[in-house]
Design a protein around this ligand. Sequence first.
Ligand code: HEC
Length: 260
Amino acid sequence: MAESYRNRSESDRRSGNYRRFRDISVSERILNTAFLLTVGIGYLVALANMYYTHQGRDGKAGLSIDDVMVAYHGSHNQTRLGSAIKGIMEPNLKYKSDKDVILQWIHNGAEEPEYQERIAPILNRDCITCHTPAINPSLPDLTQYAGVAQVAHSGGATLPFLIRVSHIHLFGIAFILYFIGKIFLLCDMNVIVKRIAVVIPFAAMLLDVMSWFVTKSFPEFAYVVVASGALMGVSMGMQILVSIWQMWFYSTKTIEPEAT
Ligand code: HEC
């Protein structure tokens, strides 16, 4: 079985039965090119969209690795309680020094034992006159740990959010990569390079999506998010450019066709 399969692909190779760009009509080339260019522009717009949704999350203009960490992991520096106590709610504190006590607690992870010991007395004295659901249901409830924890953590991306985005991402991008790859297979090139090249964008996308979930717990993984995202973009871009180049500008007359 294996033997006959190999023989078949040998004879295909010799007779050039694998389709190449030279075998497709001009109409098909136009269709392929229109698709590849549209996807390429779509990708650039997606990059711009990513820039505008993530830039400045860390409080500084421009997109940086910290923005990615804050997006998925959250940040102790950017909680609603922290901002309020440094800003509009500060005058409500009886003692200014309590501001640092609260900020330190947030920085330490806003855990419950320390809350009961050091934070609850402050909030009960200075804050719950207003921050009680019975009085102001629309304000954060500062009478108990659950309510305080909500504003003391900035969780980054939630699990349901990540699941929703990753299922859209995987389905949508898999289609795009598949069609780009189908076109790219018509290129003339070293067959090993080609086999690896069609897998890279898929592998990079999977790694990217997986590292979102890991970054939620381990912010250092933001580097993997960025690197794998970049790898996917670059490998996809290479497939698009090489395909368009070979479709229109590449002479195949002297080169023997190789197996797909
Ligand atoms: C006199 C009433 C009053 C007191 C006392 C008070 N707050 Fe507030 N707090 C408010 C109001 C009103 C808002 C809504 C302000 C807004 O949305 O602009 C608010 C909003 C907040 C918010 C939410 C900010 C956001 O991100 O939307 C936090 C957190 C907060 N307060 C914390 C505190 C803390 C901590 C204390 C005690 C040190 C405190 N507040 C004392 C009235 C009060």
